[in-house]
Design a protein around this ligand. Structure first.
Ligand SMILES: [Zn+2]
Ligand SMILES: [Zn+2]
Length: 386
């Protein structure tokens, strides 16, 4: 349970602009800097985000007197939507209600006094000294799935067992068969890990656990795909004669960036990096809880270089320290200064032009409605003999 929020007060009244940095890491056991016990490694560059947050704050602290409005500094945990079992435990104990850090910040009223939110992210697949203007991110729904069968001796008496791993095997065939119905325009992604595949090789697997994401670029598409995946999971349980429990967990909203805020970022990036190093790319299929923030206030999440290797991979590393740590901090500070100088004119313009997708209450209700646990058992099903 980490996370912190602070303020730098401006010299006069005006809007509040938040700079965000993410605190969390991933499990990448093969990463050379992975923690030897937990396997946690900073393979998504979030360590650099904290440098930008602190660097931006140091710069802004010197000029805040001349600004009209405040700067909020948010270091936020749990952007990577992982360890779902652990987070389910925290939810059941009442410690958290949602699995994402920014979702929890919204619930805990920490965004109530913020008018505009800005954060940046690392990238590795474009020129090192560049910024990417990312036109959107996918959203997703998370699924925590348990297939239950019956254990028996895998060699001597498999006929007495009901194989939960085979249930998932059948379910996966059905999901893969459905992929031909996925529309390219929805940018669908369905992917999973098996967190429990059985207990012993000589015992027919009784319990199999899966974590899965169903991603797409609109809530409507996510819900449609999620229903198809649920049918496929039930087909697995039915085909082998066992049962499945599907816990649907609200993931993140698609990110809809604010173009006017992006324009200020681009102007400043042009000054430092040159206009030819501002690369606009269409929406990407990854997801972030900055998407949730973008549904209630104007927000952007561009990316910058200074890194190499693959995101979330063992070879992710810093290759250009000035670019990785210093330049984005300057871009944070310069963008906030532009927003809050001249009576906060540009910030007020962005707030006025913003089309709110959801009120905070509506947003929280939407998330709550997405928690849905469904149980399906082959034995529940009766058919009619004609
Ligand atoms: Zn990541
Ligand atoms: Zn990340």
């Amino acid at each position: 349970m980490t996370g912190i929020k602070g303020f730098i007060k401006g010299g006069a009244k005006g809007p509040t602009v938040a700079l965000l940095g993410e605190l969390d890491a991933l499990i990448n056991r093969e990463h050379p800097q992975a923690d030897s016990i937990t396997g946690a490694a900073h393979a998504c560059g979030h360590f650099a985000q904290i440098a930008w947050l602190i660097g931006g704050a140091i710069g802004l602290n010197r000029v805040a007197e001349k600004l009209c409005g405040n700067i909020a500094l948010l270091a936020v945990p749990a952007e990577e939507f992982i360890s779902m079992d652990f987070r389910e435990g925290l939810r059941e104990s009442g410690t958290i209600r949602y699995f994402g850090g920014k979702q929890e910040f919204i619930r805990l009223n920490l965004f109530d006094d913020i008018d505009i939110a800005l954060m940046n992210h690392a990238h590795t697949d474009k020129p090192v000294r560049s910024t990417q203007i990312i036109e959107g991110y996918n959203g997703f729904i998370g699924k925590s799935i348990t297939f239950t069968g019956r254990a028996s001796h895998a060699g001597a008496s498999p006929h007495r067992g009901i194989n939960a791993l085979n249930m998932f095997h059948v379910a996966l065939s059905a999901i893969n068969a459905q992929r031909e119905t996925f529309k390219d325009t929805d940018a669908a992604r369905v992917h999973f890990i098996i967190t429990k595949g059985g207990d012993s090789v000589n015992v027919v697997p009784e319990e199999v656990k899966i974590e899965m994401f169903v991603r797409a670029n609109s809530i409507k598409a996510i819900n449609g795909l999620s229903g198809k995946v649920d049918n496929a999971l039930k087909a697995g349980a039915l085909g082998i004669g066992g049962s499945v429990e599907i816990k649907n967990i609200p993931g993140y909203m698609p990110l809809v960036p604010d173009d006017d805020l992006y324009n200020i970022w681009k102007q400043n990036a042009g000054r430092i990096l040159g206009n030819k190093n501002i690369i606009t790319i269409p929406a990407i299929t990854a997801s972030t809880d900055m998407g949730d923030v973008s549904h209630i206030i104007p927000a952007i999440e561009p990316s910058t270089g200074g890194f190499a290797g693959g995101m979330h991979s063992k070879d992710f590393r810093v290759t250009d320290e000035e670019m990785a740590y210093i330049i984005p901090a300057k871009l944070y500070a310069m963008t906030v200064i532009d927003l809050l100088k001249n009576n906060g004119n540009q910030a007020y313009g962005i707030i006025k032009g913003y089309k709110k997708k959801l009120t905070k209450n509506r947003y929280l209700k939407t998330l709550d409605s997405m928690f849905r646990t469904e149980k399906f058992s082959a034995s529940d099903l009766s058919s009619t003999l004609l």
